[in-house]
Design a binder for this molecule. Structure first.
Ligand code: NAD
Ligand code: UFG
Length: 339
């Protein structure tokens, strides 16, 4: 029996596939390469020393999904596939609702019709909205999202909760990621954003490598220790290991569970800049810019539920996150080669 990984060629998916293969699972990857390159699949094979099947397929393609479920013995699905750029989602809301929500509904219909009722879903801390006070706990109210991307995550959580209420043969884990950064220790796989990065860490590493002139820090007048925004950065390999625990959990129960995957520690933008400079030995010029719309001052997790129920805890610190990001950036200044 295999685990189907949708979006497995992407940033978090590729790291998770390696940890699943290392843990002895058989995997099948599905991706449409909207935001990833084929080369990441070669590198998953190289780093794990293991082979796997791959389907180039869109999660909105019901016939394509049926073909996979008919031909493969699939026990559970880890569902990463989706669009994730906050700014783009404001410009293209229909594409985001179609891809993320339409795609997830089609995937779940195909799963149901083929008797596969175990799913781990990539949700986000963004579902906590603007009004909760950190540390964020899973039982806090969600909603009040500030952009279509965030709203898709909130709505998919509701859809999956309704699905479980209607049929408790399902087993569902909703994983709320905080801010994944870092890369595999080898420097062979990592985050490969298209165009100018939206997120802090890829922006910093592209300034450090000389592709961008200067980091804009979005506001230094927040109510935080140094005035810059505070987030819960988590090493992508720790996040990947959280998925191995979560998939074990869904395969062993018929429940719906929600888990924060974060470290529980908040760092400011300036903390990250300084840690990156130290880890890389390279300067990161920055200037203070106006606040970015939709940003909040502080967002970090209470990760104790995942520790208690999954036996999972993030182990890698900020220094390692920066070192590993830098190794990936330095060794792959232009990301993965084109297909
Ligand atoms: P990513 O873009 O690197 O990976 C997503 C993968 O899904 C890509 O390979 C893309 O080609 C594929 N994909 C997109 N739409 C598809 C479709 N319709 N059919 C098939 N494949 C499709 O993103 P990531 O950072 O690895 O994020 C993975 C998941 O985690 C996403 O759902 C994202 O929203 C969620 N998430 C990410 C973050 C983050 O900061 N990276 C934070 C919270 C949640
Ligand atoms: N920041 C800058 N300059 C930049 C980019 C970011 O100062 O060029 C600051 C932001 O203002 C914020 C912090 O760095 O204070 C982190 O910003 P990111 O864009 O890296 O991350 P966010 O916390 O805004 O959001 C990310 C994802 C969301 C996801 C959320 C929680 O983009 O999709 O983490 O998982 F929902």
């Amino acid at each position: 029996m295999a685990i189907l990984v949708t979006g497995g060629a992407g940033y978090i998916g590729s790291h998770t596939c390696i940890e699943l293969l290392n843990a002895g699972y058989e995997i099948i990857i599905l991706d449409n390469f909207y935001n990833s390159k084929r080369e990441s699949l070669n590198r998953i094979k190289e780093l794990s020393g293991k082979d796997f099947k791959f389907y180039e397929c869109d999660i909105r393609d019901r016939k394509g999904l049926d073909n996979i479920f008919e031909n493969e013995k699939i026990e559970a699905v880890i569902h990463f596939a989706g669009l994730k750029a906050v700014g783009e989602s404001c410009r293209k809301p229909l594409e985001y609702y179609d891809n993320n929500i339409g795609g997830t509904v089609t995937l779940c219909q195909a799963m149901r019709d083929h008797g596969v009722k175990k799913i781990v879903f990539s949700s986000s801390a963004t579902v906590y909205g603007m009004n909760n006070i950190s540390p964020l706990r899973e039982d806090m109210q969600t909603g009040g999202t500030t952009n279509p991307y965030g709203t898709t995550k909130y709505m998919i959580e509701i859809i999956l909760q309704d699905l479980y209420k209607a049929d408790n043969e399902w087993s569902i884990a909703l994983l709320r990621y905080f801010n994944p950064i870092g890369a595999h220790k080898s420097g062979r796989i990592g985050e490969d954003p298209n165009g100018i990065p939206n997120n802090l860490m890829p922006y910093i590493s592209q300034v450090a490598i000389g592709k961008l002139p200067c980091l804009n820090i979005f506001g230094n007048d927040y109510d935080t220790p140094d005035g810059t925004g505070v987030r819960d950065y988590i090493h992508v390999v720790d996040l990947a290991l959280g998925h191995v625990k979560a998939v074990e959990k869904v395969m062993g129960c018929k429940e719906l569970n929600i888990y924060n995957l974060g470290t529980g520690t908040g760092y400011s933008v300036l903390d990250i800049v300084n840690a990156f400079k130290k880890a890389s030995g390279v300067d990161v010029p920055y200037k203070i810019a106006p606040r970015r719309d939709g940003d909040i001052a502080t967002c970090y997790s209470d990760p104790s539920k995942a520790l208690k129920e999954l036996g999972w805890k993030a182990e890698r610190g900020l220094e390692e996150m920066c070192e590993d990001t830098w190794r990936w950036q330095k060794n792959n200044p232009d990301g993965y080669p084109d297909d």
